[in-house]
Design a protein around this ligand. Structure first.
Ligand code: SF4
Length: 234
């Protein structure tokens, strides 16, 4: 796993080399000390750091370098899947691009799969092949990245994408403003949990009865495209 906070996720009492080799000790991989040291050097090089940095401590690195150490640690056990939990949101924008590019390069080199959790829709579009949109802990829409960004079907996805800034002063954005607050996740609304905020569920007298009473299943609405909405699935 690669964590969100490159400061809090590295033990300040351990050198970069020990941090990266710790998973090898735990999983009893490369048990000889020299083998572990070689692997640490290789991993530091892989993530764009100098092997001579192995003896340094986390406070001696910048935020971007710390995240590279976190990535090297995740790679140490040669995983097939890496869970990246908001891995760039704590970094400056210029550093974000470097880390995203590094993740893409490593993906190609080692054939990795990422489960990439993020709030930044531009970052998600850049890094993802397939995107799942979650509302109150449940997936409400899932599709491949191009399809989801060009043809969002769920009203929540449509509102999210309408909020992405367009870097063109000539183009008008059609922002969908959601009203109301996000409900308490441990006391969710009945039926479709999005109904109190859904612009499509509103009627003159309140909300569509089906949206209030019945939870919409996540159903296939097009090839490889699933949506959880009564109106889309009607
Ligand atoms: Fe909106 Fe109803 Fe669809 Fe939920 S099921 S997203 S409330 S239209």
């Amino acid at each position: 796993m690669v964590f969100q906070d490159p400061y809090g996720s590295l033990n300040p009492r351990m050198s970069a080399g020990r941090i990266i080799s710790e998973p090898l000790s735990i999983h009893r991989i490369n048990t000889a000390r020299s083998e572990r040291e070689d692997r640490v050097e290789e991993l530091l090089t892989t993530v764009g750091l100098s092997p001579s940095m192995a003896s340094r401590y986390p406070h001696e690195f910048s935020g971007g370098q710390r995240q590279r150490i976190g990535i090297a640690r995740a790679l140490s056990v040669r995983p097939k899947l890496i869970i990246c939990d908001e891995p760039v949101s704590a970094l400056d924008v210029s550093i974000q691009a470097q880390i995203l590019n590094l993740l893409k390069e490593l993906q190609n080199e080692f054939g990795l799969t990422y489960l990439f959790i993020a709030h930044d829709l531009s970052v998600i579009e850049y890094i993802s092949d397939r995107v799942g949109v979650m509302y109150l802990g449940k997936i409400v829409e899932i599709a491949d990245s191009n399809t989801l960004y060009s043809n969002p079907q769920h009203p929540y996805t449509q509102a999210l994408l309408s909020a992405v800034p367009i870097p063109d002063p000539e183009k008008k954005s059609h922002r969908i403003i959601l009203t109301g607050n996000v409900p308490n996740p441990i006391d969710t609304p009945s039926g479709c949990t999005f109904h109190p905020r859904c612009p499509k569920a509103k009627t003159k007298d309140g909300f569509l009865q089906q949206c209030i009473n019945q939870h919409p299943e996540l159903l296939e609405t097009a090839e490889n495209h699933q949506t959880s909405c009564h109106l889309v699935n009607a």
